[in-house]
Ligand binder design. Sequence first.
Ligand code: GLN
Length: 492
Amino acid sequence: MTDLHRLSIRELSEGLSQTQFSSRELTQHYLDRIAKIDGQIQSYVTVTAEQALAQADAADAVLKAGHATALTGIPLAHKDIFCTQGIKTTAGSKMLDNFISPYDATVVAKAKAAGLVTLGKVNMDEFAMGSTSESSYFGATKNPWALDRVPGGSSGGSAAAVAADLAPFATGTDTGGSIRQPASFCGLTGLKPTYGRVSRYGMIAYASSLDQGGPMARSAEDCAYLMNIMAGHDDKDSTSVEKDVDDYVVNLNATSVKGLRIGIPKQYFNVAGLDADVKARVEESLKKLEDMGAILVEIDLTMTESYVPTYYLIAPAEASSNLSRYDGVRYGYRCENPVDLMDLYKRSRSEGFGAEVQRRILIGTYALSAGYYDAYYVKAQKVRRLIQQDFLKAFEQVDVIAAPSAPTTAYKIGADLTPVEMYLGDIYTLAVNLAGLPAINAPVGLDSQNLPVGLQLIGNYWSESQLLSIVHQYQQDTQFHTQRAAIAEETA
Ligand code: GLN
């Protein structure tokens, strides 16, 4: 079969259980595509061909014995931020270039237990700090829709791999938009779950009160399958919540779009820098949802101007604390011939971290320093609470809130935005993490340069099922999620 990469997760699951093809054939098919096509995209940091084929053979035995789960034998790629026992985990950094974790992240362990096959680890911005994947020590990943464009970030490798059909789906993480924005730039569906829904154990920390893992795939249905594996309480993560997990696949039709109240924040559609094509595609998608029976309600989110400054204070503050563990002593990069301990610390960190990571550590350390703590960090925490309250008030009026996922489509590689220009591009995604809410990106068409545009739907706490269901029904009625980048049409 030459077109296995076109099959949805449900079709793959059926095909495997009906022995139309084996997991080995499917896995080999993806490995062949990676070998042929990934040179142009550079989405993978590590391809684990041998282990993948061994996992595939084990999956085939399980399938034959009749003990298979819905996902047994289906391949996936993990963002290189999830620790994988015996396989390098780099977080896109020179600091961890040679790091092999002694244990699996909970998400990785759950994927293995469900019988999923790991194709490899995919590229990302260094320590998940960025919006383009260009800050990776391993070089920039290319957008499959236009090879001179970025795939977004920080989960740019996950997005590019799925958009080029080099993995059926992938894990990502989202601290301030890193699932939704690359999903938007690459024409994918990506879900950022409620904070606490997915275990952070073994997920390399960026900003711990904001970080959350989630699925990236070609459709809401495919995301639902992966979410069924990723979600759930974990004793090893004290911030993971003890709350029953929905069956996201079973619930795909459980929410009715008819009568659904969708909030349109008036501040969001007047943001300077919102591209006209993005605005038009998002408005068309809202019109479509209205035709399907949704009710559009204008709402106020008064704190919009505070999102970027609040996030870019809190996230670096937490990062500066989390990244203090990379000291050249315990693990990770160590400089050569240190003259004393201070020299070891300084040079290991100066040589091991890239420019953007160093910038964040400096900002964060400054904000947490004794004389400035109240003026910056404490103040930002107070504003964070106001942002959350703004959303809670809105959810008294509406079921979900609509926004673009990003003000533009994918940037040119090397566009050389200043840090502040880049940070402003995160305007639509940051508040969701500050408030701990779930949100989803769905592709809603292309701009005049044939680059994908994404609609973001933000839900109330624990509404992952509802978000997936709304997007699923939209995708039953529209074809945008089936549009593929030209490179995905290439055969291996
Ligand atoms: N672009 C944002 C940042 O650089 C978000 C990144 C993320 O979600 N990991 O912090």
